[in-house]
Design a protein around this ligand. Structure first.
Ligand code: PLP
Length: 353
Protein backbone atom coordinates (compact mmCIF):
# COMPACT_ATOMS: atom_id res chain seq x y z
CA UNK A 1 0.00 0.00 0.00
CA UNK A 2 1.31 3.41 -0.97
CA UNK A 3 1.43 6.08 1.73
CA UNK A 4 1.77 9.80 1.32
CA UNK A 5 2.97 12.41 3.77
CA UNK A 6 0.35 15.11 4.31
CA UNK A 7 1.40 18.65 5.21
CA UNK A 8 -0.14 19.27 8.61
CA UNK A 9 0.00 22.69 10.17
CA UNK A 10 -0.22 22.23 13.92
CA UNK A 11 -0.40 25.59 15.54
CA UNK A 12 -2.75 25.11 18.39
CA UNK A 13 -2.29 21.71 19.94
CA UNK A 14 -5.59 20.17 19.03
CA UNK A 15 -6.29 21.84 15.69
CA UNK A 16 -4.54 20.93 12.48
CA UNK A 17 -4.83 22.63 9.13
CA UNK A 18 -4.59 20.24 6.20
CA UNK A 19 -5.32 21.13 2.58
CA UNK A 20 -6.79 24.42 3.77
CA UNK A 21 -9.21 22.72 6.18
CA UNK A 22 -9.06 23.09 9.94
CA UNK A 23 -9.57 19.75 11.72
CA UNK A 24 -9.85 18.83 15.38
CA UNK A 25 -7.09 16.29 15.88
CA UNK A 26 -7.36 13.09 17.88
CA UNK A 27 -4.16 11.79 16.34
CA UNK A 28 -1.30 13.65 18.04
CA UNK A 29 0.92 12.16 20.76
CA UNK A 30 1.49 15.55 22.40
CA UNK A 31 -0.72 14.29 25.24
CA UNK A 32 -0.14 17.05 27.75
CA UNK A 33 -0.06 19.97 25.31
CA UNK A 34 3.57 20.59 26.23
CA UNK A 35 4.79 21.36 22.71
CA UNK A 36 2.65 24.50 22.96
CA UNK A 37 3.24 25.55 26.56
CA UNK A 38 4.53 29.12 27.01
CA UNK A 39 7.28 27.86 29.31
CA UNK A 40 8.64 25.23 26.90
CA UNK A 41 8.54 27.72 24.03
CA UNK A 42 10.35 30.31 26.14
CA UNK A 43 12.98 27.77 27.26
CA UNK A 44 13.71 26.76 23.67
CA UNK A 45 14.06 30.37 22.51
CA UNK A 46 16.40 31.16 25.39
CA UNK A 47 18.55 28.10 24.70
CA UNK A 48 18.87 29.09 21.06
CA UNK A 49 19.92 32.59 22.00
CA UNK A 50 22.59 31.26 24.36
CA UNK A 51 23.90 28.20 22.48
CA UNK A 52 22.80 28.70 18.85
CA UNK A 53 20.62 26.52 16.66
CA UNK A 54 22.80 23.41 16.33
CA UNK A 55 24.96 21.39 18.70
CA UNK A 56 28.05 21.28 16.48
CA UNK A 57 29.10 17.65 16.86
CA UNK A 58 28.20 14.30 18.39
CA UNK A 59 27.89 14.02 22.13
CA UNK A 60 31.26 12.34 22.48
CA UNK A 61 33.02 15.19 20.69
CA UNK A 62 31.69 18.67 21.58
CA UNK A 63 27.90 18.37 21.28
CA UNK A 64 27.09 17.65 24.92
CA UNK A 65 26.23 21.12 26.15
CA UNK A 66 25.28 21.72 29.83
CA UNK A 67 21.57 21.40 29.06
CA UNK A 68 22.05 17.64 28.57
CA UNK A 69 23.34 17.26 32.11
CA UNK A 70 20.28 18.89 33.62
CA UNK A 71 17.92 16.82 31.45
CA UNK A 72 19.63 13.51 32.20
CA UNK A 73 19.66 14.16 35.95
CA UNK A 74 15.97 14.93 35.84
CA UNK A 75 15.20 11.76 33.84
CA UNK A 76 17.18 9.59 36.26
CA UNK A 77 15.34 11.22 39.17
CA UNK A 78 11.92 10.60 37.59
CA UNK A 79 12.72 6.96 36.82
CA UNK A 80 14.47 6.31 40.14
CA UNK A 81 17.73 5.20 38.51
CA UNK A 82 21.41 6.07 38.99
CA UNK A 83 21.91 7.30 35.47
CA UNK A 84 20.25 8.34 32.21
CA UNK A 85 21.43 8.92 28.66
CA UNK A 86 19.69 10.97 25.97
CA UNK A 87 19.86 9.80 22.35
CA UNK A 88 18.84 11.60 19.15
CA UNK A 89 15.38 9.98 19.13
CA UNK A 90 13.44 7.10 20.60
CA UNK A 91 14.18 5.12 17.46
CA UNK A 92 17.90 5.69 17.89
CA UNK A 93 17.75 4.91 21.63
CA UNK A 94 16.17 1.53 20.91
CA UNK A 95 18.43 0.46 18.07
CA UNK A 96 21.52 1.86 19.83
CA UNK A 97 20.82 0.16 23.13
CA UNK A 98 19.74 -3.22 21.77
CA UNK A 99 22.72 -3.48 19.41
CA UNK A 100 25.12 -2.42 22.19
CA UNK A 101 23.92 -5.10 24.59
CA UNK A 102 23.36 -8.12 22.36
CA UNK A 103 25.02 -9.93 19.48
CA UNK A 104 25.43 -13.30 17.83
CA UNK A 105 24.70 -16.13 20.28
CA UNK A 106 22.36 -13.98 22.41
CA UNK A 107 18.57 -14.05 22.61
CA UNK A 108 15.94 -11.30 22.47
CA UNK A 109 12.41 -12.13 23.54
CA UNK A 110 9.94 -9.40 22.66
CA UNK A 111 6.18 -8.93 22.94
CA UNK A 112 4.43 -9.65 19.65
CA UNK A 113 3.14 -6.07 19.44
CA UNK A 114 6.42 -4.27 20.12
CA UNK A 115 7.18 -1.15 18.08
CA UNK A 116 9.03 -1.34 14.76
CA UNK A 117 12.22 0.23 16.14
CA UNK A 118 12.58 -2.54 18.73
CA UNK A 119 12.28 -5.08 15.94
CA UNK A 120 14.80 -3.13 13.85
CA UNK A 121 17.24 -2.98 16.77
CA UNK A 122 16.91 -6.72 17.29
CA UNK A 123 17.53 -7.32 13.58
CA UNK A 124 20.64 -5.13 13.54
CA UNK A 125 22.03 -6.80 16.67
CA UNK A 126 22.38 -10.23 14.97
CA UNK A 127 20.95 -11.86 18.11
CA UNK A 128 18.15 -14.42 17.73
CA UNK A 129 14.73 -12.89 18.26
CA UNK A 130 11.61 -14.69 19.47
CA UNK A 131 8.21 -13.10 20.08
CA UNK A 132 5.79 -13.96 22.88
CA UNK A 133 2.02 -13.55 22.59
CA UNK A 134 0.90 -10.07 23.49
CA UNK A 135 0.97 -9.57 27.27
CA UNK A 136 0.89 -13.35 27.75
CA UNK A 137 3.18 -14.39 30.62
CA UNK A 138 2.55 -18.10 29.95
CA UNK A 139 3.75 -17.68 26.38
CA UNK A 140 6.88 -15.84 27.59
CA UNK A 141 7.60 -18.55 30.16
CA UNK A 142 7.29 -21.34 27.58
CA UNK A 143 9.71 -19.56 25.22
CA UNK A 144 12.24 -19.10 28.02
CA UNK A 145 11.91 -22.67 29.28
CA UNK A 146 12.55 -24.03 25.81
CA UNK A 147 15.21 -21.62 24.53
CA UNK A 148 17.01 -19.68 27.28
CA UNK A 149 19.64 -22.38 27.90
CA UNK A 150 20.85 -22.29 24.30
CA UNK A 151 21.97 -18.66 24.44
CA UNK A 152 24.49 -16.57 26.33
CA UNK A 153 22.75 -13.29 27.22
CA UNK A 154 19.01 -12.80 27.02
CA UNK A 155 16.98 -9.58 26.94
CA UNK A 156 13.20 -9.46 27.43
CA UNK A 157 11.61 -6.38 25.84
CA UNK A 158 8.13 -4.99 26.13
CA UNK A 159 6.32 -1.65 26.08
CA UNK A 160 4.80 -0.19 29.22
CA UNK A 161 1.76 1.15 27.35
CA UNK A 162 1.36 -0.22 23.83
CA UNK A 163 1.35 2.46 21.18
CA UNK A 164 -1.43 1.11 18.99
CA UNK A 165 -3.57 -0.51 21.69
CA UNK A 166 -3.17 1.75 24.72
CA UNK A 167 -3.05 -1.23 27.09
CA UNK A 168 -0.48 -1.82 29.86
CA UNK A 169 2.01 -4.69 30.09
CA UNK A 170 2.43 -6.88 33.21
CA UNK A 171 5.84 -5.44 34.04
CA UNK A 172 6.22 -6.94 37.53
CA UNK A 173 5.52 -10.45 36.28
CA UNK A 174 8.00 -9.98 33.44
CA UNK A 175 10.69 -8.79 35.86
CA UNK A 176 10.07 -11.87 38.05
CA UNK A 177 10.44 -14.20 35.05
CA UNK A 178 13.60 -12.39 34.01
CA UNK A 179 15.10 -13.03 37.44
CA UNK A 180 14.12 -16.68 37.29
CA UNK A 181 15.70 -17.16 33.86
CA UNK A 182 18.69 -14.82 34.28
CA UNK A 183 17.62 -12.29 31.63
CA UNK A 184 17.89 -8.54 31.31
CA UNK A 185 14.71 -6.51 30.93
CA UNK A 186 13.96 -3.41 28.89
CA UNK A 187 10.70 -1.46 28.73
CA UNK A 188 9.71 1.12 26.14
CA UNK A 189 7.77 3.85 27.94
CA UNK A 190 7.21 6.05 24.86
CA UNK A 191 3.51 6.48 25.68
CA UNK A 192 3.77 6.12 29.43
CA UNK A 193 5.79 9.13 30.59
CA UNK A 194 3.96 10.60 33.57
CA UNK A 195 1.33 7.84 33.47
CA UNK A 196 3.15 4.59 34.29
CA UNK A 197 4.94 3.97 37.56
CA UNK A 198 8.72 3.94 37.14
CA UNK A 199 10.29 0.63 38.16
CA UNK A 200 14.02 0.47 38.77
CA UNK A 201 13.98 -3.32 38.87
CA UNK A 202 13.84 -3.06 35.08
CA UNK A 203 17.40 -2.97 33.76
CA UNK A 204 16.69 -0.41 31.05
CA UNK A 205 13.76 1.97 31.10
CA UNK A 206 13.66 3.50 27.65
CA UNK A 207 11.44 6.37 26.52
CA UNK A 208 11.04 9.33 24.23
CA UNK A 209 10.82 13.08 24.71
CA UNK A 210 8.84 13.46 21.49
CA UNK A 211 5.40 12.45 22.79
CA UNK A 212 4.17 13.48 26.24
CA UNK A 213 7.15 15.79 26.72
CA UNK A 214 6.29 17.60 23.47
CA UNK A 215 9.89 17.94 22.28
CA UNK A 216 12.27 15.46 20.64
CA UNK A 217 14.92 12.91 21.61
CA UNK A 218 15.00 9.45 23.16
CA UNK A 219 16.46 8.28 26.46
CA UNK A 220 17.40 5.25 28.51
CA UNK A 221 17.63 5.03 32.30
CA UNK A 222 19.45 2.40 34.35
CA UNK A 223 22.48 1.74 36.52
CA UNK A 224 25.74 3.64 36.02
CA UNK A 225 27.40 0.40 34.95
CA UNK A 226 24.95 -0.37 32.15
CA UNK A 227 24.76 3.23 30.99
CA UNK A 228 28.54 3.61 30.91
CA UNK A 229 28.75 0.47 28.80
CA UNK A 230 26.07 1.66 26.38
CA UNK A 231 27.65 5.13 26.03
CA UNK A 232 30.80 3.38 24.89
CA UNK A 233 29.14 0.91 22.55
CA UNK A 234 25.97 2.43 21.08
CA UNK A 235 26.78 3.46 17.53
CA UNK A 236 23.47 5.34 17.23
CA UNK A 237 24.72 7.61 20.02
CA UNK A 238 28.38 7.86 19.09
CA UNK A 239 28.02 8.45 15.35
CA UNK A 240 25.11 10.89 15.28
CA UNK A 241 25.11 14.63 16.05
CA UNK A 242 23.80 15.77 19.43
CA UNK A 243 20.32 17.31 19.61
CA UNK A 244 19.82 21.07 19.09
CA UNK A 245 20.00 23.06 22.37
CA UNK A 246 16.41 24.33 21.95
CA UNK A 247 15.10 20.76 21.84
CA UNK A 248 16.88 19.72 25.03
CA UNK A 249 15.85 22.85 26.91
CA UNK A 250 12.21 22.40 25.89
CA UNK A 251 12.26 18.76 27.06
CA UNK A 252 13.74 19.72 30.45
CA UNK A 253 11.19 22.44 30.94
CA UNK A 254 8.37 20.06 29.94
CA UNK A 255 9.43 17.59 32.63
CA UNK A 256 9.37 20.40 35.19
CA UNK A 257 5.89 21.47 34.07
CA UNK A 258 4.66 17.86 34.34
CA UNK A 259 5.80 17.74 37.94
CA UNK A 260 4.32 21.12 38.80
CA UNK A 261 1.01 20.72 36.94
CA UNK A 262 -0.06 17.08 37.49
CA UNK A 263 -3.55 17.84 36.15
CA UNK A 264 -1.95 18.06 32.69
CA UNK A 265 -1.27 14.34 32.90
CA UNK A 266 -4.52 13.32 34.59
CA UNK A 267 -6.92 15.09 32.24
CA UNK A 268 -6.18 13.31 28.92
CA UNK A 269 -6.38 9.94 30.68
CA UNK A 270 -9.79 10.92 32.07
CA UNK A 271 -10.97 12.15 28.66
CA UNK A 272 -9.87 8.89 27.08
CA UNK A 273 -11.77 6.82 29.68
CA UNK A 274 -14.83 9.04 29.25
CA UNK A 275 -14.74 8.55 25.47
CA UNK A 276 -14.49 4.76 25.81
CA UNK A 277 -17.41 4.78 28.23
CA UNK A 278 -19.56 6.79 25.80
CA UNK A 279 -18.92 4.13 23.15
CA UNK A 280 -19.78 1.37 25.62
CA UNK A 281 -16.20 0.12 25.59
CA UNK A 282 -13.75 -0.57 28.39
CA UNK A 283 -11.26 2.18 29.20
CA UNK A 284 -7.57 1.54 28.58
CA UNK A 285 -6.31 3.67 31.47
CA UNK A 286 -3.94 5.45 29.10
CA UNK A 287 -4.32 8.36 26.68
CA UNK A 288 -4.82 5.98 23.73
CA UNK A 289 -8.06 4.33 22.68
CA UNK A 290 -8.16 1.92 19.72
CA UNK A 291 -11.49 1.22 18.07
CA UNK A 292 -10.84 -2.04 16.24
CA UNK A 293 -12.73 -2.08 12.94
CA UNK A 294 -11.15 -5.08 11.22
CA UNK A 295 -11.02 -4.48 7.49
CA UNK A 296 -8.59 -1.90 6.19
CA UNK A 297 -11.10 -0.30 3.82
CA UNK A 298 -13.73 0.04 6.57
CA UNK A 299 -11.28 1.77 8.91
CA UNK A 300 -10.25 4.08 6.08
CA UNK A 301 -13.83 4.85 5.20
CA UNK A 302 -14.76 5.86 8.78
CA UNK A 303 -11.60 7.93 9.08
CA UNK A 304 -12.58 9.71 5.85
CA UNK A 305 -16.12 10.37 7.07
CA UNK A 306 -14.77 11.75 10.34
CA UNK A 307 -12.48 13.99 8.33
CA UNK A 308 -15.47 15.31 6.40
CA UNK A 309 -17.13 16.03 9.74
CA UNK A 310 -14.07 18.05 10.84
CA UNK A 311 -12.04 15.50 12.82
CA UNK A 312 -8.61 14.10 12.23
CA UNK A 313 -8.52 10.47 13.36
CA UNK A 314 -5.96 8.16 11.80
CA UNK A 315 -6.84 4.76 10.45
CA UNK A 316 -4.02 2.43 11.48
CA UNK A 317 -3.56 -0.51 9.13
CA UNK A 318 -1.20 -3.43 8.54
CA UNK A 319 1.78 -3.64 8.66
CA UNK A 320 1.66 -1.23 11.62
CA UNK A 321 -0.92 -3.54 13.26
CA UNK A 322 -1.69 -7.28 12.65
CA UNK A 323 -3.91 -8.25 9.68
CA UNK A 324 -7.68 -7.80 10.19
CA UNK A 325 -7.18 -5.47 13.17
CA UNK A 326 -7.28 -2.20 11.25
CA UNK A 327 -8.45 0.42 13.65
CA UNK A 328 -9.14 4.02 14.43
CA UNK A 329 -6.60 5.20 16.96
CA UNK A 330 -7.83 8.05 19.14
CA UNK A 331 -5.38 9.96 21.31
CA UNK A 332 -6.38 12.52 23.88
CA UNK A 333 -4.77 15.75 24.97
CA UNK A 334 -4.89 18.07 27.93
CA UNK A 335 -5.96 20.70 25.40
CA UNK A 336 -9.15 18.85 24.35
CA UNK A 337 -12.39 20.01 25.91
CA UNK A 338 -14.81 17.48 27.39
CA UNK A 339 -17.58 18.72 25.06
CA UNK A 340 -15.36 18.11 22.03
CA UNK A 341 -14.82 14.52 23.13
CA UNK A 342 -18.55 14.01 23.72
CA UNK A 343 -19.43 15.46 20.34
CA UNK A 344 -16.96 13.17 18.59
CA UNK A 345 -18.36 10.13 20.41
CA UNK A 346 -21.88 11.08 19.31
CA UNK A 347 -20.89 11.50 15.67
CA UNK A 348 -18.87 8.30 15.66
CA UNK A 349 -21.76 6.28 17.15
CA UNK A 350 -23.95 7.53 14.31
CA UNK A 351 -21.39 6.18 11.84
CA UNK A 352 -20.70 2.75 13.29
CA UNK A 353 -23.95 1.66 14.93
C1 PLP B 1 7.21 6.68 18.92
C2 PLP B 1 7.79 5.45 19.47
C3 PLP B 1 9.17 5.23 19.44
C4 PLP B 1 10.11 6.12 18.70
O1 PLP B 1 10.34 7.32 19.37
P1 PLP B 1 10.79 8.60 18.52
O2 PLP B 1 11.33 9.52 19.55
O3 PLP B 1 9.57 9.10 17.84
O4 PLP B 1 11.83 8.15 17.55
C5 PLP B 1 9.65 4.11 20.07
N1 PLP B 1 8.84 3.24 20.68
C6 PLP B 1 7.51 3.40 20.71
C7 PLP B 1 6.66 2.41 21.41
C8 PLP B 1 6.94 4.52 20.10
O5 PLP B 1 5.62 4.68 20.10
Amino acid sequence: MHREIAISERNNGVYITRNGRKLLSFSCNDYFGLSQHPRTIEASIKATQIYGTGSGASRLITGSNPLYDRLERKLAEIKGTEDACVFGSGYLANIGTITALLGTGDLIVADKLCHACIIDGAGLSKATMLRFKHNDIGSLRRLLEKNRKNYKNCLIITETIFSMDGDFSPVDEIVALAQEFDCWTMTDDAHGLGITTPNNKIDIQMGTLSKGAGSYGGYICGTKEILDYIRNKARALIYSTALPPATIAAASEALDVMTEEPERVGKPVELCSHFAGLLGEEATGSTIFPLIIGKEEDALSISKKLNEAGYLVSAIRPPTVPPNTSRLRFTFSYLHKKEQVEELAGILKGMIL
